[in-house]
Design a protein around this ligand. Structure first.
Ligand code: GRF
Length: 213
């Protein structure tokens, strides 16, 4: 086939007659309530399209949210696996036939090993409830309160082989209030997550964010 024809087939044309990038097949990884998944379902993330929701937890309410939007789900419990790598090899086996372009971790409560991260190099995104590199790991709002910072926030970032260390895509600042509890602070941080995470996914899918070196 002629190169030009191939080019037009891959790009497609939108309603205004201008050329669009091909849709990026997005898989969202969840373990819990899935409010970030919901934000992505409600937002305009084109040219990304959620084609699969994956969970390690069969009880995750996020799966219900996916079903409500007729999005296919896959569940593989991590329980019973000898090693992290054996578990991830099974996840890869499920994902491979789906030709996934991007993975968004949205409250996925498993640390991914280098095996998985290398397999989907620069294709995995995460949302973290703090201004990285501050307060990585769990209970970030609690960590922020205990430290006494006046501002915290959230970070959308690429996932690399460390824990919450990958290149930053987008951040949003949240002011810590005098009478904040962990829950009230977490709640305001999450409101910002719902705004910046879908935006980060869209920008990556559009090819507006590129990693150098
Ligand atoms: C979010 O606050 C996110 O920062 C963290 O896990 C939480 C997931 O919440 N990574 P939900 O399942 O999206 O409601």
């Amino acid at each position: 086939m002629h190169v030009c024809v191939l080019f037009f087939l891959v790009l497609g044309i939108n309603s205004k007659g201008s050329f669009m990038a091909a849709k990026k097949r997005l898989c969202v990884f969840v373990s819990g309530s899935g409010t970030n998944l919901q934000a992505m379902l409600d937002a305009d993330i084109e040219p990304a399209e959620i084609v699969l929701v994956f969970s390690n937890n069969p009880e995750a309410y996020a799966l219900e949210r996916a079903r409500n939007h007729n999005i296919p789900t896959e569940v593989i419990s991590h329980k019973g696996y000898g090693t992290r790598e054996e578990y991830e090899e099974d996840i890869i086996r499920v994902l491979e036939p789906q030709n996934i372009d991007l993975i968004a971790l949205a409250g996925f409560m498993r640390i991914l090993s280098p095996l998985f991260v290398r397999h989907y190099k620069n294709k995995i995104l995460n949302i973290h409830p703090a201004l990285l590199p501050s307060f990585p790991g769990i209970h970030s709002a609690r960590q922020a309160l205990e430290y006494g910072v006046k501002f915290t926030g959230c970070t959308a970032h690429f996932v690399d082989e460390g824990v919450d260390t990958g290149p930053i895509i987008q951040q949003s600042v949240v002011k810590v209030l005098e009478d904040d509890t962990e829950d009230s602070l977490q709640e305001r941080i999450q409101q910002e997550e719902y705004r910046i995470y879908p935006e980060a996914v869209r920008m990556v899918a559009e090819g507006k964010i590129r990693l150098k070196d």
